[in-house]
Design a protein around this ligand. Structure first.
Ligand code: HEC
Length: 258
C-alpha cells in the first residue's frame, strides 16, 4: 500500500481508527471542561471587579484600566470632609482628581484651594495628611491603576503560549472534519488565533484607555464561538455522523486545490 493521500480513506473524523478517536475525544473533553472552568473563573474574578455579578464592560475597565474614579480624596470629599468646602470647590477638586491630579494644576490653582479650605487642619492636626505637601495630596488622590505592566506581560505570555497550544490541537482535530465548506473551515481554524491576539492586545489598550474594553469582550466571544463550533463539529462527526457507516475519504485531500 502506497502512503499516498488517496489511500488514506480513514483520515477523516467519522472514519478515524478507534485509538485516535479516543485520543481526540479525551483531549476535547478535558479541554472543554477546562474552558468552562476558565469561563467560570473569569466570571468570579473579573466578573465581580465592579462589585456586581456578571461580566460587564466596567469589570474589564476596572481590571485593566483601574477604578480611577474612587480615590480616598473623592470619597472623603463626598463623606466626612463634605462640610469643609462649598459644593463648587469640591466638584472642582474631584474633576482634577479624575484628570489624575496633575502637578501643573496644583501649582497654578489647587495649592491655593487647599490652603483656603483644608490646611487649617491638614497641617496642624496630627496623624492626618499634611496638604501643604503635594506628595501627600497625590497619595490620597491616587486610584487603582488596574493591571501593572509586570502582571500584563506575565499573563499575556502565559495566555498566548497556553491558549495557543489549546487552539492548535482543537483546530488540528477539526481539520479532519468532512463536508465543511473549505472557506468556513479555514476561517474557523484561523479565527481563534486572530481573536486571541485581539484579546491580549485589548488588555494593553484598555490599560491605556477604557474605551478599548469592548475589544476584550469581542475577542473573548469570538474565540469562544469559533472553538465551540470546532469542538461540537469534531465530536459530532467522530461519534454520531460515523454511525452511518459511510467512507468519507481523506479529509485533507478534499481541501486540496482542485
Ligand atoms: C476641621 C478640620 C478639617 C478640615 C478643614 C479638613 N479636614 Fe480633612 N480630615 C480632618 C480629620 C480630623 C480627618 C481624619 C478623620 C476622617 O478621616 O474623617 C481628616 C481626613 C481627611 C482625609 C482622609 C485622610 C486619610 O489618610 O485617611 C482626606 C482625604 C481629607 N481629610 C481631605 C480634606 C480636604 C480635601 C479638605 C479641604 C476641602 C479637608 N480635608 C478639610 C479634618 C479636616
Amino acid at each position: 500500500m502506497k502512503f499516498a493521500p488517496s489511500n488514506m480513506t480513514w483520515l477523516n473524523l467519522p472514519n478515524l481508527p478507534l485509538p485516535l478517536k479516543v485520543l481526540f475525544t479525551g483531549y476535547l473533553l478535558v479541554v472543554g471542561v477546562g474552558l468552562l472552568m476558565a469561563g467560570l473563573q473569569i466570571m468570579l474574578t473579573h466578573g465581580m471587579a465592579d462589585g456586581k455579578v456578571g461580566l460587564s464592560k466596567n469589570d474589564i475597565v476596572y481590571s485593566y484600566y483601574g477604578d480611577r474614579t474612587h480615590s480616598l480624596l473623592e470619597n472623603k470629599l463626598n463623606g466626612s470632609m463634605k462640610a469643609n468646602a462649598p459644593d463648587e470647590v469640591r466638584a472642582d477638586i474631584i474633576k482634577w482628581v479624575h484628570k489624575g491630579a496633575p502637578k501643573e494644576d496644583w501649582d497654578a490653582h489647587f495649592k491655593g484651594v487647599f490652603e483656603k479650605h483644608c490646611v487649617a487642619c491638614h497641617s496642624n492636626v496630627p496623624n492626618i495628611p499634611n496638604f501643604k505637601n503635594f506628595d501627600e495630596v497625590q497619595k490620597v488622590a491616587a486610584t487603582g491603576d488596574g493591571a501593572t505592566i509586570q502582571s500584563l506581560t506575565r499573563v499575556s505570555h502565559i495566555h498566548l503560549f497556553g491558549i495557543g497550544f489549546i487552539f492548535f490541537f482543537i483546530s488540528f482535530i477539526f481539520s479532519f472534519s468532512v463536508g465543511v465548506p473549505k472557506l468556513l473551515k479555514i476561517l474557523a481554524i484561523a479565527f481563534p488565533f486572530g481573536f486571541l491576539i485581539l484579546d491580549i492586545l485589548s488588555w494593553w489598550l484598555t490599560k491605556l484607555s477604557p474605551n478599548f474594553a469592548y475589544l476584550t469582550i469581542i475577542g473573548g466571544i469570538g474565540y469562544s464561538l469559533a472553538s465551540t463550533f470546532m469542538w461540537v463539529t469534531s465530536m459530532y462527526q467522530m461519534h454520531i455522523l460515523s454511525r452511518n457507516g459511510k467512507v468519507y475519504g481523506n479529509a485533507w485531500e478534499q481541501d486540496l486545490p482542485q
